[in-house]
Design a protein around this ligand. Structure first.
Ligand code: NI
Length: 155
């Protein structure tokens, strides 16, 4: 038995009734997105809904915040750094890429309460001069967001 098979949680089957026309549109969507089957596509949809729900309600989440900005805008880099220092306990890591002479890309990884991470994201993305901002959040088991951060090995 392969390692991945052993780690996979048990699946429960259930029937879904759907209008034929709706199902046809769903099938077309999952084909265009490269899903292997309806179950895989449904699981993906459900996970995304749960992520959005936790993000909306303030549950424990991990999130990446992506920013693109022009570092020549006066004091913008300083302001973004200052905001990140206010959330030092929640930010796990930050990646900074100098895209060209003007533009910087920053990807910030954070974990904690969704309400706190949302506030952080809103402040960063809302800072004047930020050209593009995006948040991707995911629900994780509570152990992952706990303050005691042991980490784990891969392989
Ligand atoms: Ni830069």
């Amino acid at each position: 038995m392969a390692e991945s098979d052993r780690a996979r949680p048990a699946l429960v089957r259930f029937g879904v009734a759907m209008e034929r026309e709706l199902l046809g549109r769903f099938d077309a969507l999952l084909e265009s997105r490269g899903f292997l089957n309806r179950s895989e596509a449904l699981r993906d949809l459900v996970r995304r809904e749960l992520d959005d729900d936790a993000w909306a309600k303030g549950g424990a989440t991990v999130a990446t915040i992506t920013l693109v900005y022009d570092h020549h805008v006066r004091e913008l880099s300083d302001r973004l750094t200052e905001i990140q220092h206010d959330y030092g306990d929640d930010i796990v890591s930050a990646l900074h890429v100098h895209l060209d002479h003007h533009h910087c890309l920053e990807v910030i990884a954070a974990r904690g309460e969704a309400s706190t991470l949302k506030q952080l994201a809103d402040r960063l993305i809302g800072t004047k001069g930020v050209l593009s901002g995006h948040v991707a959040a995911a629900v994780v088991p509570s152990a992952v967001t706990a303050r005691a951060r042991g980490g784990h090995g891969h392989g």
